[in-house]
Ligand binder design. Sequence first.
Ligand code: HEC
Length: 227
Amino acid sequence: MNKTKSIVVAGLMMGLGLAACNSGDMRRNPGKIYAPDMTYSRAYDAYTANPNFADSQTSRPPVAGTVAMGHALPDHLMEGDTNSYKTFTTDMRFTDAQMEEGRRLFNIYCGICHGTNLDGQGPLYASGKFAAMPANFKDGKYLHMPVGTMYAAVKFGKNMMGSYASQLDVKQRWMIIAYIKKMQAANGGDAFTMGMTETPAATQFDTVKVTKNTIIAENAVKVEAKH
Ligand code: HEC
């Protein structure tokens, strides 16, 4: 037993001794780096100064005139042009799943003021901490409001309501408006027209399936021909 103990103690001491060899900043062997390009990135980090650009910023805005993948084309609505607000519209149509997303976004961004019941009694206004009465979407004043006017309110803000342009992309804004319009339709508003039944994902999937099956079928024919 004593023997084992002394072996363990000796081992520990040797370990400590070896560790001591590498201590301090006098380590002469820098070790091997397997992929130096990966360890020391040549790319500029997003928020560091960049000598290649006049403004020294590494993060660049999108190139003018480009649209990010998956994003809708930009609208050309001008702030204050209330006449075009009224006629501005979209041909986007939303599936049930997207309507559900519209509801989720509404509850996140708008519900605090406009209320998750859309009655203008959101918790912020109800608490008395926000003086301006948010639009009550169930009220006659807003029931028939053109979708473009709603869109403009989201994009540019309206009096005490701020703009949501930086938080919501074009499609998300319309998704929310579609949700409001659907709720309004159920409360005496105009008939809801922004919905669609088939899901675009499913359509795409079908196309892929058809192509795949066609290829399989074509190959089968080829195989048959060979034999
Ligand atoms: C901080 C509170 C607040 C939030 C959050 C808010 N709103 Fe508003 N909203 C208001 C107020 C207040 C008004 C009334 C503005 C007025 O007419 O003076 C209003 C008005 C509106 C109107 C009517 C615009 C018009 O031309 O009369 C629409 C549409 C609207 N909001 C949509 C939204 C949507 C959609 C969201 C979420 C993306 C949202 N609001 C988020 C406070 C808010």
